[in-house]
Design a binder for this molecule. Structure first.
Ligand SMILES: Nc1ncnc2c1ncn2[C@@H]1O[C@H](COP(=O)(O)OP(=O)(O)O)[C@@H](O)[C@H]1O
Ligand SMILES: [Mg+2]
Length: 369
C-alpha cells in the first residue's frame, strides 16, 4: 500500500494528467509527469520531465523518481511500459495496454471474451478494404488501428463514397473497418478495479458526440435499470478479462431494442467521467489513485445528477466564451485546462449539478447552441 507522501509518476501531462495531479496533491502525494511540452496542462501541479512519450530513457528516469506509475493516454508505446514495469509497479500493465491501444487487438479481445460488438474486419491495403466492405456493407467506418482520438484517424464510408479516397484519408495506415451502428443512445461505464479485484461502478453516463467529439455527458443516463445492470456487467467483464487495475471507461451503443454493443475501451480516466469530479463522492481521479496505490476504493455514489459540457476551442473563435453567463447556474463548476484555444481542441468543461437534467440541457443549449 502506497500512502500519501509517496510519489505518483504519470506518462502524459494533458488535462487528464492535470486533474489526476490536482487530486493527488490534495491527498498529499507528490506527482511527476512525462510530457513533450514543459508547459503542458499538468505543469502547475506536477514536476514535468520534458521528453516524448516514446523516450525509454526518460521513462526510466521517471520510474526511478516515483513509487508507482500510470498513464493518462493510451498512446504510450506498450514497449515503454514493459521497460519500466521491471523497475516499479505500473498500472495498467504493458500487456493490458498493448491489447487496448490497438483497435484490432481490442476487438479480438472482446471477441475472445464473447462480448458484444459491431461487425469488424482488419484492413491492411485497398484490396482488403474492398473485401471488408463487401462483407460488412455500408455505411461503415474505417479507423486506424492506433493513434486515433476524438474522431481523428477515422472516416465514414457511406453508400456513394469512394473506398480509395477513404483509404487515402487515413494515410493508408493499418486499420479496422466497422459496421456503422444505428444506435439509440451512446453510454459509457466508468469503473475502478483495485489490486484485490474490488470493483466500483459509477452511475451510467449518457454521451452525445458532435463531429465524433464528446459534446455533453449526462449522468445518470436515461436508460432502464436492466440496461444499467447489463452495461455494468459488460464493463466488469472487460476489466476482469484485462486484469485491469485502476479506472477504466467502456463506451457502448444502446440499440432501440435495448441491446448493447461495446464501442471502445479506454484503460484510464475518461472525458465522459468528468462528472464524477464534483458530481460524485469520489472523483474518477481520486479513485484511480486509490486503486493504483492499493488503498480502499471510495464511494462512487452521485451527490446530485450532473450534466457535463465540453468547452471546445471553437467557443473562443470570437473572443472569450460566455463563461460568466454559464456560471450563473447555481450548480456550475468550471474547469479550464490552461490550453491555448484552437478549433476542435478541448479547453475545459463545465459541470452542472442539477436535479432536473433536462432543464440543465435546455439551459446549456440556450447558451452554446
Ligand atoms: N461503428 C460506429 N457506428 C456508429 N457511430 C460510431 C461508430 N464508431 C464511432 N462512432 C462515433 O464516433 C465517435 C468516436 O469514435 P470512437 O471509436 O469512440 O473513437 P475515439 O473516441 O477514439 O475518437 C463515437 O463515440 C460514435 O459517436
Ligand atoms: Mg471514443
Amino acid at each position: 500500500m502506497l500512502l500519501p507522501g509517496s510519489t505518483i509518476g504519470v506518462l502524459g501531462g494533458g488535462q487528464l494528467g492535470r486533474m489526476l495531479a490536482m487530486e493527488a496533491r490534495r491527498m498529499g502525494y507528490g506527482v511527476h509527469a512525462l510530457d513533450p511540452d514543459p508547459d503542458c496542462c499538468a505543469a502547475p501541479f506536477a514536476e514535468i520531465i520534458t521528453a516524448p512519450l516514446d523516450d525509454v530513457e526518460a521513462a526510466r528516469y521517471l520510474a526511478a523518481h516515483c513509487d508507482v506509475l500510470t498513464i493518462e493516454t493510451e498512446h504510450v508505446p506498450a514497449a515503454v511500459l514493459a521497460q519500466i514495469e521491471t523497475l516499479r509497479p505500473v498500472y495498467p500493465n504493458s500487456a493490458a495496454l498493448a491489447t487496448v491501444q490497438d483497435r484490432l487487438r481490442q476487438r479480438e479481445f472482446l471477441n475472445r471474451h464473447q462480448l458484444p460488438q459491431t461487425a469488424y474486419a482488419a484492413v491492411d491495403d485497398l484490396a482488403s478494404l474492398n473485401q471488408a466492405l463487401s462483407g460488412i456493407g455500408r455505411p461503415a467506418v474505417l479507423k486506424t488501428r492506433t493513434s486515433g482520438y476524438d474522431g481523428k484517424g477515422q472516416v465514414r464510408i457511406g453508400a456513394g463514397d469512394d473506398a480509395a479516397a477513404a483509404w487515402a484519408a487515413i494515410a493508408e495506415a493499418p486499420a479496422v473497418l466497422e459496421a456503422w451502428v444505428q444506435y439509440d443512445k451512446e453510454i459509457s461505464v466508468i469503473l475502478a478495479r483495485g489490486h484485490d479485484g474490488d470493483i466500483r461502478c459509477y452511475p451510467l453516463a449518457q454521451n452525445e458526440h458532435r463531429q465524433h467529439i464528446l459534446h455533453v455527458t449526462r449522468a445518470p443516463a436515461r436508460v432502464t435499470p436492466a440496461v444499467v445492470q447489463r452495461a455494468q456487467a459488460l464493463a466488469v467483464a472487460v476489466a476482469e478479462g484485462l486484469g485491469h487495475v485502476g479506472v477504466m471507461a467502456v463506451e457502448m451503443f444502446v440499440l432501440e431494442s435495448g441491446e448493447l454493443l461495446i464501442n471502445e475501451v479506454a484503460p484510464r480516466t475518461h472525458n465522459s467521467g468528468h462528472y464524477t469530479f464534483g458530481g460524485c463522492v469520489t472523483s474518477q481521479f481520486e479513485q484511480h489513485l486509490r486503486a493504483i496505490c492499493g488503498l480502499p476504493l471510495g464511494d462512487a455514489e452521485p451527490l446530485r445528477p450532473a450534466l457535463m459540457l465540453n468547452l471546445l476551442g471553437d467557443l473562443w473563435a470570437n473572443g472569450a466564451p460566455p463563461l460568466a453567463r454559464i456560471l450563473t447556474h447555481p450548480g456550475a463548476r468550471l474547469h479550464l485546462y490552461g490550453k491555448q484555444p484552437r478549433a476542435g481542441r478541448k479547453l475545459g468543461h463545465v459541470l452542472l449539478l442539477d436535479e432536473d437534467l433536462d432543464a440543465a440541457q435546455a439551459w446549456v443549449d440556450a447558451i452554446v447552441g
